[in-house]
Ligand binder design. Structure first.
Ligand code: GLC
Ligand code: CA
Length: 566
């Protein structure tokens, strides 16, 4: 069994290395760049790093199509360089977790190259082969089956064509997975983030899905499949030999099915990335957009907070490499600083381990490229070329601007220098044109920057047992503009108040707090009525805010954290 639950107190920084920092001057982020930035990460106040896949990969899906699980992609460095990063991170007190993508490999992985050769070779049963495909769609590229000339059969790919699904029912495949885990654990890594881990067990017979559910029609037969918990128990055992933790990515998971991974006799994972709260402005994927609803967001937050309370532990996030930037979604680019900081407060003080994605802490926003060919992500291209073909080009591009994963994959903006200081040469992918304003160096100097707010918020969380372990309670769940939640333990209570509105909002006080005096521990506006005025229409906003302040109201996108003793 597990020795510790050290991960509960922690917060993590996610690195998508290709766009993080270019250390050797070829325009691609790498582990030399990471090494140089470890001090920056430490200073942010996090306690660990999650590396998105670093392994050799043909990059059909930028690293989630792995061709060798025991090495580092040459673009990013060498195994030795990884070991240096790991050692230095540990010296700084930072844990390091690796991405484990085992639902599928690259079609260029040696296992697949062997498997496709014939129906009776040692690897023939490593993947899912059929003479006749069923009707499943893939999530990334057309049908989920691709015919292979060499073998004369179809293979299953739930994601892109170049990502054939492994056959986890084959015990030899599970042994491979455990071998890979041991390889990295022996080297000293502290755990894994497990990619689409709830998809690895497929229903026997692979039945046809419902015809009227495009893209996800097979999901009922591969999500939380029949043997998932047996397989997870096997992986758990390996983890338990080491003092490490496992975090699963659970697309489309419900609270009820997540609890089976996170608690009780089938407990295998320490945390799970859920998606409910990422659907407050869309249905299933950002590509199917709808107007943002704070009430939906709050419902999702509170559902997970309450259902897991006392039983399991949440993984908290608002951004990662799979979603557009959060300010552009749930906040406002016009109220860039205010909404960027407010969004931080909206989730960091919930119960769970916060994850911060590179660039989120400086308030990076979406890109809006005019030419679809400049986008690089396979699912972005697929969405553009498959759906809404009758719409005008303009409208289709607009959908991409709202939804593309590429918005989170532009180079990190380190400074106001050329290419945002990411590299000395032209980077592999476009730099967001707002880098002269949105960058780490500028924000370092500004006490009221988004970056410094993240630092303060993480430090505040770390300073308080109540904020880490306390009970969660939401107030005024029906309020369409303000999210208010409490964390309590013994006589200590924290009240977190977040306005999601461009307009001043009435500050409602929960009954239990009437007449009590709290201490303001954190606010995203400088104290007193003086205001920030660093972007568009600043003067109008100043006046509106001033009025709000004078009337005891919440200013646009204001966030406050109070501490009470009761
Ligand atoms: C996960 C990853 C995503 C990837 C997909 C297929 O959702 O986070 O980046 O494209 O799995 O591996
Ligand atoms: Ca490089």
């Amino acid at each position: 069994m597990r020795k510790t639950d050290w991960f509960k107190k922690m917060s993590f920084y996610q690195i998508w290395v290709r766009s993080f920092a270019d250390g050797n001057g070829d325009g691609i982020g790498d582990l030399y760049g990471v090494y140089d930035k470890l001090g920056y990460i430490k200073k942010l106040g996090v306690d660990g790093i999650w590396f998105s896949p670093l392994y050799p990969s043909p990059n059909a899906d930028f690293g989630s199509d792995i061709s060798d699980y025991r090495d580092i992609h040459p673009d990013y460095g060498t195994l030795d360089q990884f070991k240096k990063v790991l050692a230095r991170a540990h010296e700084l007190g930072l844990k390091v977790i690796m991405d484990l993508v085992v639902n599928h490999t690259s079609d260029e992985h040696p296992w697949f190259k062997e498997s496709r050769k014939s129906k009776d070779n040692p690897y023939s049963d490593y993947y899912i082969w059929r003479d006749k495909p069923n009707n499943w769609d893939s999530l990334f590229e057309g049908k989920a089956w691709e015919y292979d000339e060499q073998r004369g059969q179809y293979y299953l790919h739930i994601f892109a064509k170049k990502q054939p699904d492994l056959n986890m029912d084959n015990p030899a495949v599970r042994e491979e997975v455990k071998g890979i885990m041991r390889f990295w654990l022996e080297m000293g890594v502290d755990g894994f983030r497990e990619d689409v881990i709830n998809f690895i067990s497929k229903k026997e017979g692979l039945p046809d899905g419902l015809p009227f559910l495009p893209a996800v029609n097979g999901m009922p037969y591969y999500k939380d499949g029949p043997h998932i918990h047996e397989y997870m128990a096997e992986f758990r055992q390996v983890c338990d030999e080491y003092d490490c933790f496992q975090l699963g990515e659970g697309p489309m998971t419900t609270v009820q099915s997540a609890l089976k991974y996170l608690s009780g006799p089938t407990k295998s994972l320490d945390m799970m990335f859920s998606f409910d709260h990422m659907m407050a402005d869309c249905m299933y994927t950002e590509y199917v957009h709808r107007p943002f609803s704070l009430v939906k967001l709050k419902k999702a937050f509170s559902r997970w907070q309450k259902a897991l309370e006392g039983k399991a532990w949440n993984a908290l996030y608002l951004e990662n490499h799979d979603h557009p930037r959060i300010i552009s979604r749930y906040g406002s680019e016009r109220f860039w600083r205010e909404s960027g900081t407010m969004l931080a407060a909206s989730y960091i003080f919930q119960c769970g381990t916060p994850f911060i994605y590179q660039g989120q802490e400086i308030g990076m926003t979406n890109i809006r490229l005019r030419d679809i060919n400049r986008y690089v992500d396979v699912s972005t291209k697929n969405n553009f070329n498959t759906y809404h073909l009758k719409d005008s080009l303009e409208r289709r591009l607009k959908r991409i601007h709202i939804s593309s994963r590429d918005s989170s994959r532009t180079p990190m903006q380190w400074s106001g220098e050329r290419y945002g200081g990411f590299s000395k040469v032209r980077p592999w992918f476009v730099v967001n044109s707002n880098y002269p304003k949105v960058n780490a160096a500028a924000e370092e100097k500004d006490p009221d920057s988004i970056l410094n707010f993240y630092r303060k918020a993480l430090a505040l969380r770390k300073s308080s047992k109540t904020l880490i372990y306390g009970k969660y309670r939401e107030y005024f769940p029906g309020d369409p503009s303000v999210y208010m939640y409490e964390r309590s333990m013994g006589s200590v209570r924290y009240l977190v108040i977040c306005s999601f509105s461009k307009l001043p909002q009435r500050l409602r006080i929960p009954k239990a707090y009437v007449g009590k005096k709290g201490q303001l521990k954190l606010c995203n506006y400088p104290s007193g009525p003086q205001l920030m005025a660093d972007n568009l229409k600043a003067r109008v906003r100043q006046e509106v805010s001033l009025l709000a302040w004078e009337h005891g109201m919440l200013r646009p996108y204001e966030a406050r954290v109070y501490r009470f003793r009761v």
